[in-house]
Design a protein around this ligand. Structure first.
Ligand SMILES: CCCCCCCCCCCCCCCC(=O)SCCNC(=O)CCNC(=O)[C@H](O)C(C)(C)COP(=O)(O)OP(=O)(O)OC[C@H]1O[C@@H](n2cnc3c(N)ncnc32)[C@H](O)[C@@H]1OP(=O)(O)O
Length: 165
């Protein structure tokens, strides 16, 4: 099959829209949170592996808050982008919005942050291309990610100390 050239899209971002069909409903008739978590992980994988051009694994997921329920029949859009790049790790930010196609109302239901690590063929961490934030938005996201990284390190240290016998 001939290769098709894609329209120019940034390597560090992607967007995915999915229709919430009834099979994803929980007992209350809204979309099951676990299904959203699975899709978030897949989007984070897609975004980070596209950037790194490597297989990646999920190291951690920042606080996920389900601010509002997502309803069956809505279109859910996951906008993902690389916020921060270390040596082998990347922070992927994902903003989730839902659209009621009948009323065209759009709601922001989640934002969360995944840390993904690129692995080589022997499943060892491998360096990823450096990322230079250029726009004001990219710089703000980079600095926010750095702040989250430091907070996470502080919390881990504090927890380690508090659990040491
Ligand atoms: C093109 C591709 C084709 C592929 C075609 C196949 C397609 C297939 C499709 C499959 C689509 C779904 C794929 C989902 C993938 C999973 O399902 S992942 C499953 C869940 N995740 C896992 O199992 C990961 C388990 N964890 C691990 O294996 C190890 O912890 C890791 C991630 C390899 C890291 O190991 P490590 O010994 O800590 O490595 P180390 O070098 O010390 O640290 C690596 C990085 O992690 C950071 N780090 C480590 N620990 C921490 C911590 N506690 N806090 C913060 N940062 C930390 C380090 O700072 C470092 O970052 P950099 O400073 O280099 O930027």
């Amino acid at each position: 099959m001939p290769e098709v050239s894609q329209p120019e899209a940034p390597r560090h971002a992607l967007s995915m829209t999915v229709l919430m069909t009834p099979q994803y409903a929980n007992f209350s008739g809204n979309v099951h949170g676990g299904h959203i978590l699975k899709m978030l992980d897949e989007v984070a994988y897609a975004c980070a592996s596209k950037y790194a051009r490597q297989y990646v694994v999920t190291l951690s997921v920042d606080r996920v808050v389900f601010r509002e329920p997502i309803h069956v029949g809505e279109l859910v859009t996951f906008d993902a982008g690389i916020n921060y790049v270390g040596r082998t790790s990347m922070e992927v930010g994902i903003r989730v919005t839902t659209e009621n196609v009948a009323t065209q109302s759009i709601r922001h239901t989640n934002t969360c942050y995944f840390t993904m690590v690129a692995l080589d063929a022997d499943r060892r961490p491998i360096a990823v291309p450096p990322f230079e934030p250029v726009s004001e938005v990219e710089k703000r996201r980079w600095n926010d990610a750095l702040r989250r990284r430091r907070i996470t390190q502080d919390v881990e240290q504090a927890l380690d100390q508090s659990t040491t016998p």
